[in-house]
Design a protein around this ligand. Structure first.
Ligand code: NPW
Ligand code: K
Length: 510
């Protein structure tokens, strides 16, 4: 699990550490970690650190200070280091240290694209957590030149130009090969589009103590998903695995009914009851013969996908909410919400649907998705899974927003959301809590897309989800019985106390 803290939280953590060791010591720790990772990159790329030509883009704050002190260390290891005054006046002590080690400083107006031609590495120390989003055009053009020449770029703390707390990345923000961050992750490391501008992420321990601060984000990793997936035990029957009731699809959108059922089946439900559109049922009976159609015992419900306009939408949802079972409300079902919902109701909007729910523009959701999803949870009382490039889950009254394992954009296609609704309902039927179920389902779909990338139709991707889930099971059998499952490739880590509820208070309430 990776935890991220906002700028305000990071500043408070740094203040506390300052009081113990002083600001200069923290900067030296940061610069040391940065220089070691920059040197590793140089050694890997060109076989040696000695003799490398390093360009350090320096801004006016401590981010530039970190970069200058790292430049000093690289100069001492035999690199030719040129600091470029990219923005404002550089950190005075850091600059003096670099110059004393043999580095040099050039004014930004005297450094041009062609001067980059010989560089082996660019260090981006323009802006850190004190930065406002966006970079001046001439600086953005210089950075674009380094990217075009495929010169590796190491970002100090975060890629300059991005919005630290929201993950927005205005045109011209740095796209790094590697980002070396200090103390804690920040939201921009985990939320798109900034996250993919970080390249490889490294966290340097500078001695911050975040254990008593509730994180803004908790990002799941594949081993967390494997450790929390509800794998059936030796005595589990279909009711232990869980029965999903599905009321989806319509005469106009029969496919959504089929795909949501497909998601529930391949997500591991013990049984799926389809009670949705007759036209969907005609296809399901042929393609998924294990699905049943009569009323009966159900442990979670999935409704809304492919409904279109539905005259009894309000009544259906009100009735299921009153029943009290875990309930997934997807797509068109989101148009029929009662005023207040309990936390075991999971809403699965994409950005446009979330905007409609909140009565705001889609662009506002995209500008700060973590705030939007948390507000939706607080306003409705439900748990909310925001689908999209970064999949976020928020529960009412809970400060920390969960981030699902990211995957390739191949899941961005019609039908993916229907399958995801089914996956969510399957995990809920197995008895997993709503927030965790939503993160597990979104993560497994992303992991399947990462394992089997390409333009794969959603029903086939659902089958690949089943393969990924099967590996969690193979890992568990290995642990239980001591044999090596042939398909084992997921490293199954036992959840630690801290990853379940721990010091970061994943269940922490405001
Ligand atoms: N604190 C610590 O303990 C540690 C901190 N560390 C390091 O410090 C970094 C944070 O340092 P920082 O606070 O000095 O902020 P930083 O981002 O370097 O620059 C702020 C300056 O930029 C300016 N400016 C902003 N946006 C702009 C824009 N778009 N265009 C133009 N100018 C803009 C802004 O101007 P102003 O807002 O005042 O007008 C201000 O002058 C952090 O990321 C980490 O690398 C590590 O050493 C570990 C210990
Ligand atoms: K930076």
């Amino acid at each position: 699990m990776r935890y991220a803290f906002t700028v305000a939280q990071t500043r408070a953590l740094e203040e506390a550490a300052f009081a113990v060791v002083g600001g200069a010591a923290l900067m030296q720790r940061a610069a040391h970690g940065l220089s070691v990772r920059a040197a590793d990159l140089l050694a890997a790329d060109r076989g040696a650190v000695y003799g490398a030509r390093v360009v350090v883009l320096v801004g006016p704050g401590n981010n530039g200070g970190d970069a200058l002190y790292a430049g000093q260390r690289l100069a001492r290891r035999g690199c030719a280091v040129t600091a470029v005054q990219a923005l404002g006046r550089p950190h005075a002590a850091g600059l003096a240290a670099l110059l004393a080690a043999g580095g040099r400083l050039i004014g930004g107006d005297r450094f041009h694209d062609q001067d980059l031609a010989a560089a082996d590495l660019v260090i981006d120390g323009v802006l850190g957590i004190g930065g406002r989003p966006g970079l001046p055009d001439d600086l953005a053009a210089l950075i674009a030149g380094a990217e075009a020449r495929r010169i590796p770029i190491v970002a100090v703390d975060l890629p300059s130009g991005v919005d630290t707390d929201t993950g927005q990345a205005p045109e011209g923000s740095v796209r790094a090969t590697r980002t070396v961050t200090f103390g804690t992750f920040k939201p921009c490391h985990l939320i798109e589009p900034a996250a993919s501008r970080c390249g490889q992420l490294d966290l340097v321990d500078i001695g911050l103590d975040e254990s008593r601060t509730v994180p803004a984000l908790a990002a799941w990793e594949p081993e967390d998903v494997a450790a929390h997936w509800p794998v059936p035990g030796p005595t589990s029957d279909k009711y232990a695995r869980g029965v999903v009731g599905v009321d989806t699809g319509s005469q106009v959108y029969p496919g959504a009914g089929v795909l949501s059922t497909c998601g529930a089946v391949h997500g591991g439900a013990g049984m799926v009851r389809f009670l949705g559109a007759p036209r969907s049922a005609e296809i399901i009976v042929r393609d998924l013969p294990n699905v049943v159609f009569g009323e009966g015992r159900v442990q979670s419900w999935l409704v809304g996908s492919g409904w279109g306009d539905r005259a009894d939408g309000d009544d259906v949802i009100a009735g299921l909410v009153a029943e009290g079972l875990p309930l997934v409300i997807d797509a068109d079902g989101l148009r029929y919400l009662p005023a207040a919902l309990p936390g075991n109701v999971l809403l699965t909007p994409h950005a446009g649907e979330l905007a409609r729910l909140l009565g705001i523009e889609r662009a506002e959701v995209s500008a700060d998705p973590a705030t939007a999803v948390r507000r939706a949870a607080d306003d409705t009382g439900a748990t909310v899974l925001l689908k999209g490039a970064t999949q976020l889950v928020a529960a009412a009254g809970v400060e920390t927003v969960e981030v699902a394992v990211p995957g390739p954009a191949w899941t961005g296609q019609a039908g993916s959301g229907d399958v995801l609704g089914g996956l969510c309902a399957a995990v809920l039927a197995a008895g997993v809590g709503t927030r965790t179920a939503a993160v597990l389902a979104a993560s497994v779909q992303a992991m399947a897309a990462a394992r089997f990338p390409g333009p794969i139709p959603p029903q086939q991707l659902a089958r690949h989800c089943a393969s990924v889930i099967g590996e969690f099971s193979a890992a568990l059998l290995h642990d239980l019985l001591g044999f090596v499952g042939s398909a084992r490739s997921v490293d199954r880590a036992k959840p630690t106390r801290s990853s379940r509820s721990g010091p970061h208070g994943r269940d922490g309430r405001r």
